[in-house]
Ligand binder design. Structure first.
Ligand code: GLV
Ligand code: MN
Ligand code: MN
Length: 427
């Protein structure tokens, strides 16, 4: 694949940043700890709905034909010179974690929209049709499973299984899609693009620390999520001798220590990461031994074999702790994706496009999960990373990329979309 040389159009950076600001104002809140404005746009919440309506309106104002599928993914199509060819697709998500920033996901959706707006400005029709999109519940924070919309669209998760997922209040994905008006009528599983390319903020420190302008993403590491419900016996904190206790809080603490020790041991490779992001004791009182603790474990590893060993060893440790502390541990796998390698030719084309623009680019493995990993199972795929300030902090209101960094990434996205959409083929 060669990068497009027919034109040197560049995107409108002010327009891109203004759109990021406008979307970022939906679900905005003042974060006390960081003392900055953050974004809270949980999947299928009223804020997500408002963001969806705004972006869908922008899609339509750009002359695109928008449609929503049965899991709420929203696609917008632009005709190509050869409408029989399968399209090039670009997109990401607009849901956020409860304490998120303006860039995670939004840059990929609004970057793709900015590419379309730029093509419109220059009256360019590509050979292949183009599709831009936002996908439902990439974050997985509310319903427990990440990349939900793209996983359903590409066939990894059955629609009915996704519909049945519930949030902490027992509300189902299907009911909430209907409630926000995004239970669409397009059947899932019909979209099979020729290529998928997603632009995203790195969400880690590598690019900014090493002075790179851009990352050509080689793939995504494996992810394994589990939810633990640990049940013991609630009792008086002062009157219950230590030997009489069945304390699920202690069990959660020991498991949390264990996953960190597993990372430090090097036994599961040098890049294992582990987080216990939820630890919720009930009743949650200073002077009551909790009767139950709900906790989550998030494991990441670029090596699938090492991940499997870590999962098995953690299973065994949970059993050991349950016996030792006389608690029961119900362990449910809530999400699991293997490591993904993106398409070598598309990665190389990202590097070439960066070179043409004089950008310093390095190859990088994604630490976070992304919609692109789901699309990589149905078509050739790659991603473009932009550096983030403040050590690349993300899933945090301080998440920030400069206009220059965003523009570099979206100009590279523009080159890539032009190159991929010029490619010949029967499909
Ligand atoms: C999604 O952002 C994830 O990697 O958890
Ligand atoms: Mn994201
Ligand atoms: Mn995220």
């Amino acid at each position: 694949m060669t990068t497009n040389t027919r034109a040197q159009q560049t995107i409108n950076t002010d327009r891109l940043m203004a759109s990021l600001e406008e979307l970022g104002a939906i679900g905005a809140y003042h974060d006390e700890d960081a003392d900055v404005m953050g974004v809270r746009r949980l999947a299928l919440s009223p804020e997500d709905a408002e963001g969806r309506r705004l972006v869908r309106k922008w899609f339509e104002e750009a002359g695109l034909t928008a449609s929503t599928d049965a899991i709420g993914n929203t696609y917008a199509d632009r005709m190509g010179l050869d409408p029989d060819l399968s399209p090039v697709m670009s997109g990401s998500h607009i849901d956020s974690v409860p304490t998120g920033g303006k860039f995670d996901g939004a840059l990929g959706v609004l970057g793709a929209l900015e590419v379309i707006r730029t093509l419109n400005d220059h009256d360019i029709t590509t050979r292949r049709p183009l599709t831009i999109a936002f996908f439902t519940d990439e974050e997985g924070c509310r319903f427990g499973t990440d990349m939900l919309g793209s996983a359903v669209a590409t066939g990894r998760i059955p629609l009915e299984q996704a519909y049945a997922l519930t949030d902490a209040d027992g509300k189902s994905v299907k009911d909430e899609l209907a409630a926000i008006g995004f239970l669409g009528d397009e059947p899932v599983g019909q979209r099979r693009p020729a290529a998928f390319i997603e632009c995203h903020v790195e969400q880690g420190p590598s690019l900014i620390h090493e002075g790179f302008d851009l990352g050509a993403v080689t793939g995504v590491q494996g992810i394994s999520w589990r939810k633990l419900t640990i049940t013991g016996a609630s009792a008086h904190a002062g009157a219950t001798p230590m030997s009489f206790r069945k304390d699920p809080g202690l069990a959660a603490a020991k498991i949390n220590c264990r996953i960190h020790e597993m990372c430090a041991s090097g036994e599961y490779g040098p890049d294992m990461r582990a987080t216990m992001g939820v630890i919720t004791p009930e009743p949650g009182m200073i002077n009551v031994i909790p009767g139950r603790v709900t906790a989550t474990v998030d494991l990441r590893n670029p090596d699938d074999d090492a991940m499997r060993r870590a999962e098995a060893d953690l299973d065994a440790y949970q059993q050991e702790i349950a016996e030792q502390l006389q608690v029961t541990i119900d362990s449910q796998q809530t999400a699991r994706t293997p490591a993904v390698a993106f398409d070598e030719a598309v990665i190389a084309a990202v590097e070439a496009a960066a070179r043409v623009q004089g950008l310093k680019c390095r190859r990088i493995l994604a630490g976070a999960g992304h919609d692109a990993q789901e699309w990589s199972t149905v078509c050739k795929t790659a991603m473009i990373f932009t550096p983030g300030l403040h050590d690349g902090i993300s899933h945090n209101p301080r998440e920030l990329s400069t206009p220059k960094h965003c523009a570099d990434a979206v100009n590279t996205l523009l080159s890539m979309i032009l190159a991929l959409s010029d490619e010949a083929g029967n499909a």
